[in-house]
Write a protein that binds this ligand. Structure first.
Ligand code: GLU
Length: 449
């Protein structure tokens, strides 16, 4: 494996942000943060208790259907072979093909994939999208490899997955550490595995591709945009004008940067942000466009001249009404929940909040828009991309934006109503709605044989 001395950075890969931001300022080890699958299970059980789901359906959904680990060799630039570990966890496909991202991260592990795959099942069911849930990836730090090495890792991984993925079976997408380029390599490899005559019909094997290589207009900004639709619905309900409001974003990758640009366009002011190399703040406001240019050049928000460097502790106690965690999971623990001075936490990342921390936030009167709703814009537009590929269509950007807007607001309204009618917090309400849909389908179809 490439070590620090021979790290070959690929300027193109740095410029194109991955689907989510990567890590926090202090690069805390994921393992030290606790078992993500246990945390996901505790959220699931809380919802089951609140909603009352059939016992058999509970036990089916408590575990993923399939857990795949693949060890595969790739030749690195120095001519030597290195073994990589790849994962694909398929949680559920009752409502449609397995669907979810591929993550490249040095601490990727099976329990993390299991949690993330389950969250995809609830995300798609919540929106009533005909997909199930999956997640996968490679245990590797994408920054440590050249463009050529990343291409070979991706192509070999896709080849090794073989028929375990498929355009009507399991459809990957970008996630932490992967991007449009990764998806295009996956698509191209898969197209070359199937026979000549099928080639063009399998472009929908992955979503989140570049627009030029059969992706959808509007997919790149979809997660950030969906997040902003949720925030604006929340603000509308609370009678809280967004013009002039201060907000903070942890992580400035695809999700954080688009959310920041869109909120700024609505008159809100970005006062703090940070990533795996450091945190910055400016009470007068940070221009997200200029910051993004800086990130494209340097790979991080650190050292941006339009703001001052602050510590992680200072970051979590910044004043600002909206807090958007858009980095990795499990960033908001009990100390952070006690320190935050916001009115709402809108979860751009998957699983950023520990259950005990969420309780503190709710007790303090801080609203939480949960990940399965807040960051679901990405998979919504993935569904539109998949549909366009299937029908050989190309939808305008405005058409995609309108559809996303409508679906996000409709689902948000459903969650709000469901939560109010049953006096539930929004995360439990999201799970409740999703679980009821899954339960109903299991009840109608029964279990084969
Ligand atoms: N990785 C994204 C997520 O966690 C997108 C998944 C997709 O588009 O399938 O929601």
């Amino acid at each position: 494996m490439a070590n620090d001395a021979d790290v070959k950075r690929n300027p193109k890969a740095v410029k194109q942000e991955s689907e989510e931001a990567e890590g926090d300022g202090e690069s805390r080890s994921l393992k030290s943060r606790g078992n993500l699958f246990e945390i996901a299970t505790s959220q699931f059980e809380r919802a089951l208790d609140a909603v009352g789901i059939d016992k058999e359906v509970r036990s089916i959904l408590a575990q993923p259907k399939n857990e795949l680990i693949i060890n595969f060799p790739v030749r690195l630039d120095d001519g030597k072979y290195h073994m990589f570990k790849g994962y694909r966890v398929q949680h559920n496909n009752l409502l449609g093909p397995f669907k979810g991202g591929m993550r490249y991260h040095q601490e990727a592990n099976l329990d993390e994939m299991k949690a993330l795959a389950a969250w995809m099942t609830y995300k798609t069911a919540l929106h009533d999208i005909p997909f199930g849930g999956a997640k996968g990836g490679v245990k590797a730090d994408p920054h440590a490899y050249s463009r050529g090495e990343l291409e070979r890792i991706t192509r070999r991984f896709t080849h090794a997955l073989g028929n375990n993925i498929g355009p009507e079976w399991d459809i990957p997408a970008p996630d932490v550490g992967t991007n449009e380029q990764t998806m295009v390599w996956m698509m191209d490899t898969y197209m070359n595995i199937v026979g000549q005559s099928e080639k063009n019909s399998v472009r929908r094997i992955v979503t989140g591709k570049s627009v030029t290589s059969a992706g959808s207009y509007g997919r790149r900004e979809a997660t950030g945009m969906g997040l902003v639709h949720c925030i604006s619905e929340w603000a509308h309900e609370r009678n809280f004008p967004l013009d002039g409001v201060q907000f903070i974003v942890q992580g400035f990758g695809n999700v954080g940067s688009y959310a920041a640009k869109l909120l700024t366009k609505m008159g809100a002011v970005l006062v703090g942000t940070g990533d795996y190399r450091g945190y910055i703040s400016n009470p007068e406001g940070i221009n997200p466009h200029k910051l993004q240019e800086h990130v494209a050049r340097s790979g991080s928000v650190a050292d941006y001249r339009g703001a001052k460097a602050i510590s992680r502790e200072e970051f979590f106690s910044l004043e600002g009404d909206i807090f958007i965690p858009a980095a990795l999971e499990l960033e908001i623990g009990e100390p952070e929940a006690k320190a935050l001075r916001c009115k709402v936490v809108a979860e751009g990342a998957n699983g950023p909040t520990y259950p005990a921390a969420e309780k503190i936030l709710l007790d303090r009167g801080i609203d939480v828009i949960p990940d399965v709703l807040a960051n679901s814009g990405g998979v919504v537009v993935s569904y539109y991309e998949w549909l366009q590929n299937k029908r050989s269509e190309r939808w305008d950007q405005s058409d995609v934006h309108q559809r996303l807007d409508r679906r996000m607001r409709r689902t948000f309204a459903n969650v709000r109503q469901y939560a109010a009618a049953r006096r539930l917090d929004w995360r439990t309400a999201c799970y409740g709605l999703a679980l009821e849909r899954l339960e109903q389908s299991y009840m109608e179809r029964g279990i084969f044989p």
